[in-house]
Design a protein around this ligand. Structure first.
Ligand code: DCP
Ligand code: MG
Length: 438
């Protein structure tokens, strides 16, 4: 047998979270020359993966409610905020109206002359944009006390990803109730909140029990929740597409969910798969915080479609290394790890998980990406492409008290050492043992 000794006289650096960095002469396994191997283990057991909890907060009758708050004489009365009705001859529209005015069929964007006809005895008030904007700032200040992950949608409406912070407030439901109480106590107004695993469901839920509502859609009830909804509730479905579907007797989200994805793709192109996904509760869109880069990602297409688990996991590890490096270069950490899988036939899926602690460690990314991949059912199809994306980004320097207890200086130092090695010897100088060429 040929003796394989390419490692003679070479120094190998092994790094383990437990033992730190040490040097040894020659490894005990076959590895390509000039490579330094990095052994990670499950050093991140404290970083529990979590289900997604997205809250959609929407103030009730916002402009009108502020006016009622400031003038007790308006409470319980139909208040219409908007253009001057000029005795029914006014131009312009209704901005909003109190729930008492809604009973007369008045709503936002309705011509003010029609609103006047419907409720001439209503109290018509002009828009006080500056005042509403001040209240809006107070509302956002309250929301930021519960999570930094906020996507502002409008003056009175925002998405919150509370997956990582709810444990500090006694769970997702308690956190939502606390937001409602704070808004009531501090600003004297009511908000309605929808809590769900997806943005679309959270948004629909917040509207169901207005005013002062709270509706939770648990992960296991998501499909039951979506099924009876009218298809007009589906995000992004235009009036033309809606008419087309109704013509085919598809009237509810459940009807759409049962359709063949191929048929939908024939009808709506790539939007077809998107609608099918939404109808089936698949909505990986994230809460996009207003902070610079939204995500860092990398993906690879295999030379030929493959079912080889080792090859796919090797590819994932390489991708995680690259994303991790890029995050650290850019001084960022992220909390949401998304796996992208394209199967033969070009079917593309994403699966995401949010971890408690923002991080940029390749080990954590790989552990999560691998877990997502292992949970994914390819239904016997071969894999064409895999990708890894990290989002919900934070500055790496952020000493956020929400996460402080989890930071592990040792592990941080190991990654810094890896970065230094890469800086000196190049990107390919250091890899994990299971990582494969692709
Ligand atoms: N607005 C407006 N013109 C519109 C819609 C809204 O000026 N066409 C303003 C007035 C609303 C505020 O934006 O008070 C928030 O819009 P919403 O759609 O959230 O409506 P409301 O908060 O008034 O009522 P709801 O309880 O239905 O959320
Ligand atoms: Mg509102």
């Amino acid at each position: 047998m040929r003796r394989y000794r390419p490692y003679k006289n070479k120094i190998y650096i092994c790094i383990t979270p437990k033992r730190g960095v040490f040097k040894q002469k020659g490894p005990s396994f076959f590895v390509p020359a000039k490579r330094i191997y990095f052994y990670g283990d499950s050093a991140y057991n404290t970083h529990m993966s979590k289900e997604r909890y997205i809250a959609h907060v929407d103030m009730d009758a916002f402009f009108a409610a502020i006016e009622q708050r400031d003038d007790p004489g308006l409470r319980g009365k139909p208040v219409i905020v908007g253009a001057d009705p000029k005795g029914g001859k006014g131009r312009g529209v209704v901005s909003t109206c109190s729930y008492e005015a809604r009973k007369f069929g008045i709503h936002s964007a309705m011509p003010i002359s029609i609103a006047y006809r419907k409720c001439a005895h209503g109290i018509f008030l002009p828009v006080d944009a500056e005042k509403y904007s001040r209240v809006s700032h107070k509302m956002y200040d309250i929301l930021y006390d519960f999570t930094p992950e906020i996507e502002p949608i409008s003056i009175d409406e925002a998405f919150l990803d509370i997956s990582a912070s709810h444990h500090l407030f006694g769970g997702p439901q308690k956190l939502c109730q606390s937001i409602k109480s704070r808004i009531k106590d501090d600003i004297g107004l009511t908000a309605s909140i929808g809590l769900a695993p997806t943005k679309m469901a959270a948004k629909i839920a917040s509207d169901l029990k207005k005013p002062d509502g709270f509706v939770e859609v648990a992960e296991e009830n998501l499909l039951d929740f979506l099924r009876p909804l009218d298809i007009s509730k589906l995000w992004g479905l235009g009036a033309k597409s809606e008419r087309l579907l109704r013509g085919m007797n598809i009237n509810t989200v459940g009807d759409l969910a049962k359709m063949d994805i191929n048929e939908l793709e024939d009808l709506f192109g790539k939007n077809g798969a998107h609608f099918w996904n939404l109808a089936n509760g698949i909505d990986e869109r994230e809460v996009e915080t207003a902070c610079g880069a939204k995500s860092v990602s990398n993906e690879v297409t295999f030379d030929s479609d493959t079912s080889d688990k080792e090859k796919i996991e090797g590819a994932l590890m390489l991708l995680c290394e690259k994303v991790s490096s890029r995050l650290r270069q850019d001084g960022l950490k992220g909390k949401t790890i998304t796996l992208k899988i394209r199967l033969q036939g070009f079917y593309t899926f994403t699966r995401a998980v949010t971890v408690e602690v923002p991080n940029n460690f390749a080990d954590v990314l790989y552990k999560e990406a691998k877990r997502l991949y292992n949970r994914f059912d390819t239904k016997g199809k071969r894999v064409r492409l895999v990708g890894v994306r990290v989002s919900n980004l934070f500055p790496a320097s952020l000493q956020n008290s929400l996460f402080e207890k989890y930071t592990d200086k040792k592990i941080e130092n190991i990654h810094k050492a890896v970065d230094k090695i890469k800086e000196k010897f190049g990107d390919t100088s250091i890899h994990r043992a299971t990582q494969m060429e692709i």
